[in-house]
Design a protein around this ligand. Structure first.
Ligand code: TXA
Ligand code: MG
Length: 319
């Protein structure tokens, strides 16, 4: 992956094509955010429903003002603290943002990724890049170029930046006045925001239980074979099971394959290895079903369990 690849990729973006690229969280499937026809190709290739809006990726703080009418001092302070980084901020959109990007919502999700290849691509393309995760809608998120190829062979170009570092998608918050509402948990927690900017925001955690981020369905991130929670360390496993554990300790029941996401229950390591472990189980033909151990639901564990619960939902609900 060199500068020539970035040039090629930027050329494709400028011609209305699609480029998959690494970020620090997961791979994105990018198009010129200001070109509605290019953005429409993202929805088509992903088979994504049109009600689910896209995040717009930028490389310069000035672009906040291009995309939003609401760059208040609080928003700029928040961006300054956490960007580049795994935080998406949902703001009132400006008229330059095509409706297809926001699924007709008056708001737009913006983030500056902390990945040199992504930033380079945006700078070289000279436009903001709309990008969802580079997977088929509802399936496992991609954390390597091969995961992208497996699900989206029709993409015009893939920038291969190796495995992504964080492994789960960005935290999403909406900012209205001084109210900061968590729409999707991620590596950056509301506590992190309060610690960095003490006493500035009033926090809400989506109390209503309603789906505020339209893409936050109960079922998401699922592998193509049944996935269940590994409950109370059950000793008897169904035949041809694969098991995903988060610590090396303990006795392992009989199963075809065990993957440890961490040596010692270390949450950042579990997050980084979560989707790649699920991909490895999905790709192993001997495995007919997967069991996964839950993690503690606080801090980064909240985001990890959010992904695990959604990944098992489709299968647990028909068991
Ligand atoms: O880490 C990430 O955020 C990755 C990388 C590629 O940046 N992207 C990502 O995109 O996870 P996606 O499309 O898989 O998830 C974006 C989520 C969706 O659930 C969508 O509904 C929500 O963001 N979203 C986007 N714009 C929104 C808006 N204006 N209001 C509320 N939710 C929004
Ligand atoms: Mg996604």
């Amino acid at each position: 992956m060199g500068n020539k690849d970035i040039q090629t990729a930027a050329g494709i973006i400028n011609n209305g094509g699609l480029v998959a690229f690494p970020t620090e969280t997961v791979y994105g499937l990018g198009a010129n955010a200001l070109n509605p026809i290019a953005v429409a190709k993202i929805f088509a290739l992903k088979e994504r429903p049109s009600f689910d809006p896209l995040i717009v990726h930028i490389a310069s703080f000035d672009d906040i003002k291009l995309l939003s009418n609401q760059p208040t001092d609080l928003v700029l302070k928040l961006a300054d603290k956490f960007w580049p980084g795994p935080l998406t901020i949902v703001l009132q959109k400006s008229s330059i943002v095509p409706d297809i990007v926001t699924s007709g919502l008056p708001t737009v999700g913006i983030r500056m990724p902390d990945n040199e290849i992504a930033l380079n691509l945006i700078r070289t393309s000279k436009c903001p890049i709309a990008a969802p995760s580079a997977n088929k809608f509802g399936n496992l998120s991609p954390v390597s170029a091969s995961h992208v190829k497996k699900q989206l062979p029709g993409v015009d170009f893939i920038l291969d930046g190796g495995r992504t570092e964080i492994g789960i998608e960005s935290t999403i918050v909406s900012i209205v006045g001084n109210t900061c509402t968590l729409l999707r948990p991620g590596k950056i927690t509301l506590d992190d925001i309060n610690d960095a900017l003490p006493g500035i925001f009033v926090f809400e955690t989506n109390k209503s239980g309603k789906l505020i981020a339209p893409g936050l369905l109960k079922s998401h991130y699922s592998p193509s074979k049944p996935l269940y929670l590994y409950k109370d360390h059950q000793t008897q496993l169904p035949e041809q099971s694969g098991l995903i554990l988060h610590c090396l300790n303990g006795r392992i029941p009989d199963c075809k394959k065990v993957i440890y996401t961490s040596n010692n229950n270390y949450l950042p390591e579990i997050a980084a290895n979560l989707f790649s472990s699920l991909h490895a189980m999905e790709d192993d033909e001997q495995i007919k079903q997967i069991l996964i151990e839950p993690v503690i639901e606080s801090g980064l564990g909240l985001a990890i369990m959010d992904r695990i619960k959604k990944a098992v939902f489709k299968y647990e609900s028909i068991k």
